[in-house]
Design a binder for this molecule. Structure first.
Ligand SMILES: Nc1nc2c(c(=O)[nH]1)N[C@H]1C(S)=C(S)[C@@H](COP(=O)(O)O)O[C@H]1N2
Ligand SMILES: [Mo]
Length: 504
């Protein structure tokens, strides 16, 4: 076989094998929770991306930014797989050694290069152990992926050998069928993986609601939405952690966790929602927070005249600020616990801010330093144009029936949530006629003043056919939710949520 031809075959076989290997790796990563190479390097790559480009990506592409970024990395890996295949096929053609043994040796070599060269280069450490994902599963999942690459590469190159008949044998067809089916399966898993990557900067794993069911009044920690700017969140060592309170204060403080626990601890149900939540979106959850009043801490330090903002600086170099008046409110907490347990890493262990009535953005996680300043401080997202006051806009959502579902004619129950920060909810209404008329829903008992409010409504649907149902809320001061559809950037999304139903 000519070298040119075998190289061309090798490129093709390499790309196909790499696609399959990636599908296998990502499926395994999804199943085991272990990180795949794309996940590990994308973290570092995003960090290395120049600020202006990063904010352009985030601003312009919003939720698409990260999937696109991810896709870029996958394509790069495909190209590397193709090139390695091309090189290998050419070498195998001239040497005539065993395809299988050679391809597996190639896979092993690629794995070693990945584990001891590439990963450390991207800050993840040898075998990825310096990343948040330490342990054996990561290297093993990546080994399985590259093993797949080697096996498939050998199989494909064997198929491409010109000695084979012109009309493919039944066995060949069968083999291709299996390869194709696996590829499709893997592709599906890949799409799922990409779909799971969402929102400004972060991976938010929120289980999609299903069935005629309202969310849990207090969101279990494992279902609580998460957003961060990081691909890999910081892990803060509790023993050596210290909180610095400085700036315009009479007595700067340095506090350890035990010192913080000497303050009176307050418990408070507060709903958090992300400013990048879309209308009808999932980035909203309710937590039971326990911690120290920020105001009490600041009083201990003694705030000096001229103070304007209180700035949080976090272990991931994230910063944000709230006005001093907000910081002094008794409901502004520095939380140590969530739902009766110490804060988990994802939610900002060991210390995070809980700032009612203000979007999640300003509920800083992994806090290291609290600084009182005499000017209006612009934080991480504010420098990219997001709202500085970030007051939560009134929202409402229809949780069931799910949009796209079919309901039987007759009485149908609707249910969902509404939230307006500290303003509370006075009313929720549904419209079955494009907003011409509105039917009042029943508000369930208030969970807590700073929590979301649940509602239900039973309504007779007599006419079969397609139906749109809209929801709107009125906040506690009597102001109707804005009907105008706006994007999350820069002040949080507005507009009415609607579901599309088929009445049968
Ligand atoms: N240090 C730090 N704090 C942060 C963030 C971050 O990226 N870094 N993200 C913020 C955003 S945008 C939101 S919506 C909330 C989400 O908190 P949760 O993940 O506990 O739901 O954390 C906020 N606090
Ligand atoms: Mo957010």
């Amino acid at each position: 076989m000519g070298e040119q031809r075998s190289q061309r075959d090798g490129l093709l076989a390499g790309a196909l094998s790499a696609a399959l290997a990636l599908a296998v790796t990502l499926s395994l990563a999804l199943a085991t929770g272990a990180p795949s190479l794309p996940e590990l390097v994308s973290d570092r790559l995003l960090e290395l991306t120049p600020g202006p480009l990063f904010s352009l990506l985030i601003d312009r592409l919003q939720t698409a930014a990260k999937p696109l970024f991810y896709l870029g990395i996958l394509i790069t890996l495909l190209v590397i797989g193709a090139l390695a295949g091309g090189w290998f096929a050419r070498r195998a053609a001239t040497r005539g050694s065993s395809l299988l043994r050679g391809a597996l040796a190639l896979a092993l070599a690629l794995w070693l290069v990945e584990e001891v060269l590439v990963l450390p280069l991207f800050g993840a450490g040898v075998f990825g152990q310096a990343s948040r994902f330490s342990g054996l599963s990561g290297p093993l999942v990546r080994l399985a992926g590259l093993g797949t690459y080697g096996l498939v590469l050998a199989a494909l190159l064997a198929l491409f050998r010109p000695a084979g008949p012109l009309v493919p044998s039944r066995r060949t067809v069968l083999r291709w069928g299996v390869v194709g089916a696996l590829g499709l399966l893997g592709g599906g898993a890949l799409l799922r993986a990409l779909g799971g990557v969402s929102e400004i900067g972060a991976i938010s794993r929120v289980t999609r609601r299903g069935g005629n069911r309202l969310p849990d009044p207090i969101t279990p920690v494992g279902q609580f939405y998460t957003v961060s700017k990081n691909f890999i969140d910081p892990v803060v060592d509790r023993a050596s952690w210290k909180l610095e309170v400085s700036g315009l204060v009479r007595t700067p403080l340095t506090l350890r966790l035990d010192d913080l626990r000497q303050f009176p601890l307050h418990e408070q149900l507060t709903t958090l929602t992300c400013i990048s939540n879309e209308v009808g979106g999932d980035l909203i959850s309710n937590g039971q927070w326990r911690g120290v009043r920020l105001g009490e801490l600041l009083s201990r330090a003694g705030v000096e005249a001229g103070a304007v903002d209180v700035v949080f600086t976090c272990a991931d170099d994230y910063t944000d600020s709230i006005p001093l008046t907000k910081a002094m409110e008794p409901t502004t907490l520095l939380a140590l616990e969530m739902n009766g347990q110490p804060l988990t890493e994802k939610h900002g262990a060991p210390l995070r801010a809980v700032v009612p009535n203000i979007y999640g953005m300003k509920n800083a996680k992994w806090i290291r330093k609290i600084e009182v300043v005499g000017y209006d401080y612009q934080g991480f997202w504010q420098r990219q144009g997001w709202s500085d006051s970030a007051i939560i806009q009134t929202m409402s959502r229809i949780d069931y029936p799910l949009s796209g579902s079919t309901v039987a004619r007759g009485e149908v129950e609707f249910g969902g949530i509404a939230f307006a920060g500290a303003r509370g909810i006075r009313a929720v209404e549904l419209s079955f006629d494009e907003g011409k008329s509105w039917q009042p829903a029943t508000l369930l008992e208030e969970i807590a003043p700073l929590s979301w409010r649940f509602w239900t409504l039973r309504w007779r649907l007599d006419q079969s056919g397609p139906l749109q149902v809209l929801v709107r809320a009125t906040d506690g001061i009597g102001e109707l939710q804005s009907a105008q559809r706006t994007d999350p950037f820069p002040n949080g999304a507005t507009g009415y949520h609607r579901v599309f139903l088929a009445v049968a």
